[in-house]
Design a protein around this ligand. Sequence first.
Ligand code: SF4
Length: 601
Amino acid sequence: MAFSGTLTLTDLNDFITPAQACIKPVEQTKPQTAEKEPGTASTEILIDASGTYYEVSSDLSTSSRALADVPAKKLEQAQISLNDCLACSGCITSAESVLITLQSHTEVFTFLQANGSPSSPDYKIPVISIAPQSLASLAASLSSSSTTSVTPHQVLRRLQVLCKEVLGFEHVFDTTFARHIVLKEHVAEFEERRANDKAGGEADSHLPMLASACPGWICYAEKAHAEMLPFISRTKSPQQVMGTLVKEWMGKKWDKSPNDIYHVSVMPCYDKKLEASRQDFYNDVYSTRDVDCVITTGELELMMREKGRDLSIPIIGELDFDRSTNTFLGLPVLLQHPGTSSGSYLHAIINHIRDTSPTPLILSIKAIRNADYEEYTLTEESDQREPKTIFKGAKCYGFRNLQNIVRKVGRERGLRVGTGAAGKLGARVAGRRLKKTGVEVKKERQYDYVEVMACPGGCVNGGGQLKPVATTTIPKDRDEEGFERNWENTGVVDDTQSGKWGDKEWTKKVEEAYWRDAGPPLYSLPTPPESPPLSPTLDGVSRLPERKTGISMTSADELMFRIFDELSVPGDDDTVKHRAQLFRTQYRAVESEVIGLAVKW
Ligand code: SF4
């Protein structure tokens, strides 16, 4: 199986009860002058009440004396960066590793082979849904070895044919219509949180709302920053909404139960395999998952190669636009949502606020660190020197930036971020600053929304995407996120020069491919205009607009409401609750049993 370098699975122990020593070599910052002679004094490490480490001589029998009474050398704490952690497989649980192994392209082959013919009683309808970032990766790769540029639309048409004829799938979709539903639900949830925030309501539903489509970020929050969980949007990701559409809605159309369908999704990263395996997406009644198996872009390409098929060969009529063959059950194909190639979550909120504002608003964008961390501010159009800010959001990609966001949100909301020394220190430093100056610094406008993604560059740069041909664009002393690294001292192998994950030039090419027009205007489906504004209701909660005759809606919106109606439970008038059951999820903190003293170094 084609795992990325960060997911080399060997000799794992559970994160919950770890027994494996950390593999990070302790860094020797000062050169050793001489070998330790036999018989020289041995030392012990003692920890005082504040958690500081001291080296003392064992000969002074310190056990019976106070630390203050003996000569002791204060020791520096070992530093382990997030990159060190990510380069190690130790924090992946054995349960997770089993799940990832089960979610592989060989599993898909095994299933398809064993599935038999549609007439057999155990036959399951095989369906495959492909993420637009995966199509962009394939398009960029095919374009790089061709004289003409290949579009995601062409790739989808080729895959529609090959996945059916060569692999045996009955239906092939892209996931952009599912994302359309996600964006609408995301906006509805933002409105609910804004109303709750103003009213000082439920503690677990405040602003800033943090995006929820990236399982890399969600896992990190669940394991290391439980204090962030109430801020993370509960709206499901496009992968999981597609799962609901396939297993619930299409299942009903085909007169099949959810367990009579085998649903595979093709995604840009390995983390999506973990997402699909979450207990929340398991249907206990039918003993099935919304997405049965997740494969990466690289695995899909591998499957084609193993079957002797070449995706670079065009199929007849791939540029012909024929709505009847492009759509199934009226599902639109490759809807483009303007904004970012990671899903346009932030832009969906910005567009919604602009469209519903009674006064004209001006959008300003400020780069904070680089293109991966930008602030977006909506202010009222006015002659005032300081116009009123209506909304402040951010786009934040990559773990380094993400850690900054976690600290910033924690600071703004008065939370104790993390349980380590850094959290305590941050709180102490902030307190000292206030005492020293005696004046409270003017409060900065807090974030209302952050589009958080774990990969630098976002989903087009996911770990499961196709790798570029080797280039040497990353400076030798930098890591993939552009931060300085001394590879020799850290003992980490520098693999940034082999055209692997994180190549910025390559990511740019995939990004371009993502937005590439799917041929002449005739061939591409139009981006649907925004739905009518959300209408505030008596209880102060904004809902998706009611479907009324006479309101002009796009075909995508029409279909979305039709699906919602068709999935409604007869007699159940609580549509908000039902919608939440279909399109929302929940998170929980991973309780670690790691005790500092039990960790072996
Ligand atoms: Fe996956 Fe990376 Fe996108 Fe997160 S940002 S969903 S980890 S590809």
